[in-house]
Design a protein around this ligand. Structure first.
Ligand SMILES: Cc1cc2nc3c(=O)[nH]c(=O)nc-3n(C[C@H](O)[C@H](O)[C@H](O)COP(=O)(O)OP(=O)(O)OC[C@H]3O[C@@H](n4cnc5c(N)ncnc54)[C@H](O)[C@@H]3O)c2cc1C
Length: 404
């Protein structure tokens, strides 16, 4: 049972000024400073190692208001806000410079909405409040060694045995799999039908016997990815999300949420996380003051990026882009920003580690490398373009069917 105590008064009537007053009174001062790097992010979970007491206080206060998942119903840990009121809250958080109290992308933004729409009453009560309080951390188990873009090719099998499924198979590229408590996994529950049929979604406790979670080492030696193996893992039938064999539409809605989120988050720009903006950086590197940049080529590139950035933001705020288009546009845009930033930095932008690079320079190198990965994660650029071509533009598809 999760109990979050708060000595702070609730916001009696929702308005921008009431929200601002509450945030001003309740957000610890250190949580109103820019994050200095990934170590400042709070992910929550059973084994959360939140070493900063202020971050813990901030999480608990926001959770007690239901403002971690503001649009979710109150009985599931949310605040029951309308989307418009949730935007007011987000604006106030942004304008006061408050840090995100919880970064729980997979649970809050991918699984949560799917549970609200397709979950049983038991599933909603069991899982949603724990997500909204940061008490349990989730990861996404979609990709497999031979099923990435073509997700309908998954081979991880779940065979019904009384009140349980017995799960055997593998998952790959599971972001933060090593630190998560639960996984929402695509499994095959019927192998004798066309590939999109016979697919189901299971909610699997990673502490179950038979689950092996191994880090997937990357070139630089660290890893935020896991490879998971399931060997005769027993999962209660009540952990099935949606109907057996008919999980495909839910998979698609989770993917759309993922792309929308990645698009919106990325369109907010890496600068919101820890980077100076490009113009300031250019001025510093060229050692010039205010006014026009002396280099016309650089001026041109910066202007193009700034305009594309503004139009992507405007479109995403108006909800005018298909999630696949949004994710494609913003992930490409962030690559262009990261490229330009790296070129501005010259050799200072090549730091992997070591004392000859400062914290900001190291962060920019890591942003540059990350910007590559984010044209792959959440569906590759090619797959997203195919999706836009077919679903938005109604173009015929040529070649193999695109499933993601
Ligand atoms: C940063 C990051 C985070 C990730 N996090 C997760 C996670 O948490 N959970 C999870 O399940 N997965 C995760 N993934 C995996 C990711 O979803 C897959 O890598 C991605 O969908 C591509 O699949 P693949 O790697 O198997 O490549 P493939 O599908 O083998 O594709 C290889 C290349 O072929 C192209 N291609 C494939 N099919 C077509 C087609 N029909 N038309 C045109 N081009 C095509 C692709 O665009 C790509 O360039 C993550 C990946 C990254 C990089």
């Amino acid at each position: 049972m999760l109990v979050v105590m708060s000595s702070q008064p609730d916001v009696a009537e929702f308005s921008a000024s009431a929200v601002r007053a509450w945030l001003t009174a309740n957000c610890p001062p250190s949580m109103r400073t820019p994050m200095t790097g990934p170590q400042d992010q709070v992910f929550g979970g059973r084994n959360a190692d939140c070493t900063d007491p202020a971050a813990q206080v901030w999480l608990e206060r926001m959770a007690s208001q239901g403002w971690i998942a503001p649009t979710w119903p109150r009985e599931y840990g949310g605040a029951g806000l309308s989307p418009a009121d949730a935007r007011v809250l987000a604006n106030e958080l942004r304008s006061l410079g408050c840090r995100p109290p919880l970064v729980a992308v997979q649970g809050l933004h991918m699984l949560g909405p799917a549970l609200l729409e397709h979950g049983t009453a038991w599933q909603k009560e069991r899982f949603l409040p724990a997500i909204a309080a940061g008490a349990e951390r989730w990861c996404q188990g979609f990709s497999e060694p031979d099923a990435g873009s073509d997700l309908a090719a998954v081979r991880c099998r779940a065979v019904r045995n009384g009140d349980e499924y017995i799960v055997n198979g593998e998952k790959l590229w599971t972001t933060h799999g090593m630190h998560s408590d639960w996984i929402f996994a695509i499994v095959r529950t019927d192998s004798d039908v066309a590939s999109r049929d016979g697919i189901s979604i299971l909610l699997i406790d990673l502490a179950s016997p038979g689950v092996e979670v191994r880090p997937l080492p990357l070139l630089h030696g660290e890893s935020e990815f896991a490879q998971l193996t399931f060997t005769d893992v027993r999962v209660p039938v009540r952990h099935l999300l949606g109907p057996e064999n008919e999980g495909w539409p839910i998979v698609r809605s989770i993917l759309a949420n993922e792309r929308r989120l990645l698009g919106l988050e990325r369109s907010a720009g890496l600068a919101t996380r820890r980077r100076a903006n490009l113009l300031d950086l250019a001025r510093r590197r060229l050692d010039c003051g205010e006014g026009r940049l002396p280099d016309p080529v650089l001026r041109d590139q910066l202007t193009a990026i700034t305009f594309d950035d503004l139009s992507a933001k405007a479109l995403s705020v108006r909800g005018g882009l298909h999630p696949a288009g949004l994710k494609y546009t913003t992930s490409r845009l962030n690559q262009r920003k990261a490229d330009l930033r790296a070129r501005l930095l010259g050799s200072a932008g090549l730091g992997g580690d070591g004392s000859c690079f400062d914290h900001t320079e190291l962060g920019m190198t890591s942003d540059y490398l990350e910007s590559r990965g984010w044209t792959i994660g959440g569906g590759t650029s090619e797959i997203n373009l195919n999706t836009v071509a077919r679903q938005e533009l109604g173009l015929p598809h040529l070649g193999p069917e695109v499933r993601r």
